[in-house]
Design a protein around this ligand. Sequence first.
Ligand code: MET
Length: 597
Amino acid sequence: MLHVKRTLVTTALPYANGPVHLGHLAGVYLPADLYVRYKRLKGDNIIHIGGSDEHGVPITLTAEKEGISPRDVVDRYHGMNLDAFTKCGISFNYYGRTTSAVHHATAREFFSEIENKGMFTRKTEKQFFDKKANRFLSDRYITGTCPICSNPDANGDQCEQCGTHLSPLELINPKSKLSDATPELRETLHWYFPLGRFQSELESYVQSHDKEWRPNVINYTRTWLKQGLNDRAITRDLSWGIKLPLETPEASGKVLYVWFDAVLGYISFTKEWAAQSGQPELWREYWQDPECRMINFIGKDNVVFHTLMFPAILMAWNKGRKTDLYNLADNVPASEFMNFEGRKFSKSRNYAVYLGDFLEKFPADTLRYCIAMNYPENKDSDFSWLDFQNRTNGELADTLGNFIKRSIDFTNSRFDGKVPCECTPEEWKIPGIDWKETLEKLDQAFEAFHFREATSLGMDIARTANRFLTESEPWKVIKSDREGAAKTMAISLNLCYALALVLYPVIPETANRILAMLGVEKSIDDQLDSGKSCIAQILTPQLEKGHQLRKHSEILFTKIEDAELAPELKKIEDLLALTEEREAKNEAKAMDFSPLI
Ligand code: MET
């Protein structure tokens, strides 16, 4: 088993320009939470730091579209996303915002350090300027016809229709999204980060993690390294963002590029967490003590920012310093995508199920379980309503819920709600379950981020337990052999306890409810809060003879009826019809604008 002093887990900071959807949850936040909760269960020192990405063009574009200020946009969606994550049981130690004063100071400090070392280069380049709006236009503010597929609505950085990465200069008939004016090219000065200078250091860094990182992460990063790294502009002409810490005229009107500041958010938020915990210097133990392990959970679209850009920024800081050196990430488990009913989630097309909306209708644990079982680890996976219904009804309600309820109800009705006899270590060797092996397998699966496997292990135990109870038939046996039935119940009740532990990372609220129904005074969360390590409890039966259960059991999972899903299925049908209509229109438009016609 892997033992390190401390672990720092970070999760990609979602842009606070819209609600998070199930795709985000599946790729980043749930896997991170499963990992963090498992490590806590093991008694490890681990913190989970996340927050909102509140700068950049995605925010200003939403503000302009909705006719409100960027500040209003981020206030609205930061609150909404934090609320949805909390309801979903994502147990952040801290959820910050990149608009905070601490973060601005951290990002400016990094900029100054690198600037003072003379590492940035400055280059003047030609960029589109909107005369009507009197400002330079970032790539995303320009639209035009794609030179590859003739889509008339291509963005300045990418064509959504054919997926080609573009430069705005390549667009045919470019237009400003702000005023519809045809923009003109003007010269502007920008600061460039010398990514190329770190080529060989980054190669060694990636090489040293060759065995440990996922193939998708290694391959994608290597493709970039093979092409050779170029300097990257890390300033933008925008009014919303972090101002450069320079008073010179050429720095005026410029802000840091959002990706330069966003990755540093992980550091700022750890500082804020430490200050809030009353130990302002504690953050250093997570960033500057080489014995702390850092893991960045991200989606596959963010890989190079985390495997090349962020490490290079930290390397630039560390260069020539003797103190306050930063650690680099030990692992960057990037997920593949989880699709929704066979198609890609799309915020812009509104083809999504938003987390907050989902949790208004269905309990968090049913979602967490279903997504954990469909975790897109090595290839894209799919969320479908039918799969959600089948897993909830068949696995959670009929298997796990049914076993727990039958165990508690029968003990209440026939044994006065008390654990009727002892379950000896010998009897704890239930056919089909080897607890030591379970513990090892769970550890291997969680530590290697194999979340589907870890979750299946728990459900397999629930199946074995359910079968054990059914086949032991205590309701029949009790008529002739009260002691035999008592034995079955003592084992079953202890199995309920063990199942709560094994499945706690996936269904934490339910796990705590199981312990409450078993009459255990301290929930798993309470036990963990008091510094207890819990997972090894599965090696020995925890409930002693005579232990009193709570009088009433509850239904842990309510089955989902077809009628409840009907409106959801109808919504998809409508959305798909709309998408098809749009695509057909786009095709027609593309033909009108095609330079070939
Ligand atoms: N906001 C970025 C995104 O949503 C992630 C930033 S992680 C530092 O893609």
